[in-house]
Design a protein around this ligand. Sequence first.
Ligand SMILES: [Zn+2]
Length: 89
Amino acid sequence: MKYKLINIMEDSVLSTINKIAPQLNCCTCEKCKLDLAAYVLNRIPPKYADSEKGSLYTRANHLTAEFSNKLVMEITQAAADIGKASGHN
Ligand SMILES: [Zn+2]
């Protein structure tokens, strides 16, 4: 197995966006979802790990209820900000 450096927040943010996409008040096409993820990832601290530890860590417990609530809030805010800025709605 090859190791590489990953930001485990990427997975968390993307999966949360997919989960709450229907409630978001903006376009959720593939491009807009990635825009949204980038926006959120620039606002929250990254969490880097090697790819093996990262997947263990993601499966373990960093997605606590408190943390996923925070992500949902950040994503909702980002959707509001980006939704206004882009003509892609
Ligand atoms: Zn779009």
